[in-house]
Design a protein around this ligand. Structure first.
Ligand code: WTA
Length: 651
């Protein structure tokens, strides 16, 4: 974020204390918890863990050999049992809706906790029948339908490890993630709906499977509950979901898992071209998402909770699936796009399903702002009582718009900062306790110890710095799959024994956190993480490209948009058609979320004398700023020419 916008942010003086009405009814309102939790985090977190059902109690709360943590050591637990069985066994909850699903075409399906238990158990038996057992890896590449949650829960039930790959990722991205996790089974679907079009998932998956020898079986969900012509099924390897669940028993005992057994791996982008498989384990993760869902969202028995994230992202794991279900909540899930068939779709759904808690990303809020309030005004949003934001910094203007037009000035907004790696929300208001400020994620969740440090690890009391987490927490990542060295290097090498998340932040005089975006080569496009190096390697993969450098620049809706500088191989002609071809190539290699906004051809890229591309200067060019220090460049003319060219937008 530029210094101008940082200054603007810090001029923000509006404050929103909890209303007395909200506070009175809030689940939690004792502000002394912050100090209590930090004075003895282990006993605080074990109080939370005790609210889950354990087959065997733990012997030790925390074993901390930095940077490796073990929580609830020796305890035995099953995540699926906690999310499903214990509610299905509760006479007050068994007929409660666990999942309300709405498809893009408008069909609605619901599953009560009792029904969910049966479906999950049947599918768990299907997996067992295919030879899947404890510790085996399962790749999931599906549309956002109840079966994707059933697949994850069934995997957890039998002690397998799920690796969900967002359905918008390309076949090649899917193949990379299957290969890195050595998945034995792939669960996919024939198609899902997106803006009135069928997205053919199995077809994309088929392209990856040739290079994925570890996959023994593929399970294909027929979106309409039956086989479809859209799929080619390979004899012996591919099976229809509806065939496999025929005649399968709907009872399956949950596997007692060690608290530290892996629950899932989820890939996320880092600073190199290769995504990182973030490893989460069972007991600590579940404790973290259980606690945060209950307090951050002030969750009550009769709430209808709608987190709009796809399960392909961590938010879909923690706040569509494990957090709300561990609390016995009712979640709404939606398959499609917010502007289909009309831009009022979300608000009609809020009205129809009486959604009370709504959790979405700033990129969506900015799109709603752009579409205008006419789409909202015709619906009744009075069921809403709390709003959330996640995924990227929310600008004060979007925050105020959300507060006024969606919350009708009557709903607290929780701006929640966290990451795939942290597993659960880390910095956030507690809505019954904390005064919110537009653009600030406010304070660390009780039991989380966060601060701001400079490069040398000194605490920053005023001005900007890096956010740092200086004590272990239950839902923290345990490692990067197959790469513990990268885990140490990436997160724990900056300061000794302190976690480095990679975000810039500023604290105000009340100690509240204001997030400023990433400080590394990770971009945040529409709330989705992407590494500059990933996009660069996709571009360089094209036969006509010699070299490329990618930066991001502010985008009205997406938060950030991708700008790619490309040098072509000798003899290749620059053209608009080639720009389109390169954009398409990136989509094919990574997925549509990575499509560059702008491509600029250049004969050379600004490099230091040792040959390192200076992205900082390219960013200055993309932002139209005066160029920073160019004295270390091998050839300062390159950058001056490039700037001129960019401003004239030729090339
Ligand atoms: C950014 C998504 C500011 C941040 C849960 C982080 C945020 C990255 C916020 C993680 C927020 C997430 N305010 N920035 N409320 N929430 N971020 O792994 O840069 O997809 O490092 O997890 O998103 O993205 P991830």
């Amino acid at each position: 974020m530029s210094t101008d916008s940082l200054d603007d942010l810090l001029k923000e003086e509006r404050i929103f204390p909890p209303s007395s009405d909200f506070q009175q009814k809030a689940n939690f309102k004792d502000a002394s918890i912050y100090e209590k939790a930090l004075s003895d985090p282990e006993s605080y977190w074990s109080d939370w863990a005790k609210k889950l059902d354990w087959f065997e109690p733990w012997k030790e709360v925390l074993k901390w050999n930095p940077p490796h943590a073990e929580w609830f050591v020796g305890g035995k637990i099953n995540a699926c049992y906690n999310c499903v069985d214990r509610h299905a066994a509760n006479p007050d909850r068994k007929n409660k809706k666990a999942i309300i699903f709405e498809g893009e075409q408008g069909e609605v399906r619901t599953l009560t906790y009792e029904e969910l238990l049966k479906e999950v158990s049947r599918f768990a038996n299907v997996l067992k029948n295919l030879g899947v057992g404890k510790g085996d890896r399962i790749a999931i590449y599906m549309p956002m339908v109840p079966e994707v949650m059933i697949a994850c829960l069934a995997s957890a039930r039998i002690g397998a490890v799920h690796n969900v790959v967002f359905g918008g990722f390309s076949a090649e991205s899917l193949a990379d993630r299957i290969q890195d996790s050595s998945a034995k089974v792939l669960i996919t679907g024939d198609y899902g709906w997106r803006r009135g079009k069928k997205i053919l998932l199995k077809k994309a998956a088929d392209e990856s499977l040739d290079t994925c020898p570890t996959i023994e079986n593929v399970i294909v969900l027929g979106r309409e509950g039956k086989s479809s012509e859209d799929c080619q099924m390979k004899e012996g390897r591919d099976h229809w979901w509806h065939d496999l669940i025929q005649d399968v028993n709907d009872v399956c005992a949950p596997e007692p898992m060690d608290a530290e057994d892996m629950l899932f791996v989820l890939y996320t982008s880092g600073t190199t071209g290769k995504p990182k498989g973030i490893v989460h384990t069972t007991g600590g993760y579940l404790t973290g998402v259980y606690a945060t869902t209950q307090w951050v969202f002030d969750l009550k028995e009769d709430d209808i909770f709608w987190c709009t994230a796809d399960i392909g992202w961590v938010t879909g794991h923690s706040y569509v699936t494990y957090g709300p279900l561990a609390n016995g909540a009712t979640v709404l899930i939606y398959e499609g796009s917010p502007d289909w068939p009309e831009k009022s779709r979300f608000w009609e759904m809020v009205e129809k399903h009486k959604v009370s808690i709504f959790y979405t990303a700033p990129t969506a809020i900015r799109a709603f702002m752009k579409w205008g309030t006419e789409w909202i005004d015709k619906t009744d949003l009075s069921s809403l009582r709390l709003l959330g934001s996640v995924g990227e910094p929310i600008n004060p203007e979007a925050w105020m718009w959300y507060h006024k037009n969606i919350g009708k000035e009557n709903c607290p907004i929780v701006d929640t900062w966290w990451q795939t790696e942290t597993g659960a929300i880390m910095i956030t208001p507690l809505p019954g306790v904390v005064t919110t400020k537009p653009g600030s994620a406010t304070k660390a969740f009780p039991g989380i110890s966060a601060t701001v440090l400079n490069e040398q690890g000194e605490e920053i009391t005023s001005g900007g710095g890096y956010v740092a987490i200086n004590k272990p927490w239950p839902s923290m990542l345990r490692t990067i799959l197959n790469d513990d060295e990268r885990f140490k290097e990436q997160y724990w090498s900056k300061w000794d024994g302190i976690y480095f998340p990679g975000d810039g932040v500023k604290r105000d005089e009340d100690g509240d956190f204001w997030f400023l975006g990433r400080v590394d080569d990770v971009m945040n496009i529409s709330g989705h993480r992407l590494g500059t190096a990933e996009v660069e390697s996709a571009l360089v993969d094209h036969q006509k490209v010699a070299e490329s450098a990618v930066v991001s620049k502010p985008h009205e809706i997406k938060g950030e948009g991708i700008v790619a500088f490309v040098t072509l191989k000798e003899g290749q002609e620059a053209s608009d058609a080639l720009k389109d071809e390169l954009k398409q190539h990136v989509v094919k290699k990574i997925g549509a979320i990575a499509r560059p906004e702008e491509i600029l051809f250049s004969v050379d890229l600004p490099k230091t004398r040792s040959g390192k591309i200076m992205r900082r200067l390219l960013k200055d060019i993309a932002l139209g700023k005066a160029l920073g220090d160019t004295t270390t460049l091998a050839d300062p003319n390159v950058v001056a020419e490039l700037k001129e060219k960019y401003e004239g937008k030729e090339g």
